[in-house]
Design a protein around this ligand. Structure first.
Ligand SMILES: [Zn+2]
Length: 91
């Protein structure tokens, strides 16, 4: 059974959460992607800056991955923070 892609309700989505940790830092990221099991289309996220930042959620340039930074509760950031926002100056 197949239906035109533009009519798929995407009612059977599989979301994958990958945990990423960096050496010499207490910064962690959750990387989230999603794919429809019916039509195979990937979830396209919107509304976040493109790149990687310890200060806010960001997404990949194609919108197919969200990167959410997190720290342990009540922890202050330790070590070098990896940050690369496209189109913005990052210190
Ligand atoms: Zn679908």
């Amino acid at each position: 059974m197949s239906m035109p892609e533009n009519q798929c309700p995407h009612s059977d989505m599989h979301f994958n959460v990958h945990h990423q940790a960096f050496h010499d830092s207490n910064l962690h990221y959750l990387e989230i992607t999603g794919k429809c099991k019916i039509c195979g289309k990937q979830a396209e996220f919107r509304g976040m800056p493109i790149g990687l930042s310890p200060g806010q959620p960001t997404m990949a340039a194609d919108g197919l991955e969200v990167r959410i930074p997190w720290f342990g509760e009540d922890e202050e950031p330790i070590g070098p923070m990896i940050s690369a926002l496209v189109g913005q100056v990052v210190s």
